[in-house]
Design a protein around this ligand. Structure first.
Ligand SMILES: [Mg+2]
Ligand SMILES: [Zn+2]
Length: 195
């Protein structure tokens, strides 16, 4: 059996790109400062880079799943243009407990704070979750990472004025990230130190 690999799971909005709340236009993508270099250093250290994102825009009927993939492709193009590496995976939850579109109105296992996206990625990429990290800008990211058995980093680049994430269960307020720092650059430095 092949050796399992460590990963850094990355929330998208507020970690890799500016969180503008319900991003639907690829022209609105703004890569955050220092992100391409931080991703490159993690990749060079042997981490798989996996994006895990709640995409309520699909449940609301604002974008199709194909359009979410197109936005991600544009984000990856911008990252590479700025010296960033290839991303190994992009997983998103299109569901919402109160989705506008009935097809997406379920209490799924993949909407963070549930760990379904990370567990699916771990299976498909042969990842070692206990050697992996989750970087996010919300407590829901941190809970999902902790439930998957990863160490967690909360970054402060996100915008927190929008309504809190609606969840089908109460959030576990006792969960705390293993580290808090300014941005992905600082998160990568910490990860490379403690791995
Ligand atoms: Mg976020
Ligand atoms: Zn889901």
């Amino acid at each position: 059996m092949a050796e399992r690999l460590p990963a850094v799971f990355l929330d998208r909005d507020g970690v890799l790109i500016k969180d503008i709340h319900l991003l639907t236009n690829p022209e609105d993508i703004r890569v955050l400062e220092g992100v391409p270099q931080a991703l490159r250093s993690l990749k060079q250290a042997g981490f798989k880079l996996i994006v895990v994102s709640n995409q309520t825009v699909v449940a609301r009927g604002l974008l199709t799943e194909q359009e979410v993939y197109a936005i991600n492709a544009e984000m990856e193009r911008l990252l590479k243009q700025a010296g960033g590496p290839h991303l190994d995976g992009f997983y998103f939850c299109p569901h919402h407990p109160n989705a506008t579109l009935p097809a997406y109105r379920i209490a799924c296992e993949c909407r963070k704070p549930r760990p379904g996206l990370l567990l699916r990625a771990a299976g498909e990429h042969n990842l070692d979750l206990s050697a992996s990290f989750m970087v996010g800008d919300r407590i829901t990211d941190i809970i999902a990472g902790a439930r998957a058995g990863c160490r967690t980093v909360l970054v402060q680049t996100g915008k927190h004025v929008e309504p809190p994430i609606e969840t089908v269960e109460p959030l576990d307020e006792l969960v705390q990230s293993d580290h808090v720092c300014a941005d992905l650059k600082a998160a990568a430095e910490w990860i490379l130190q403690v791995r």
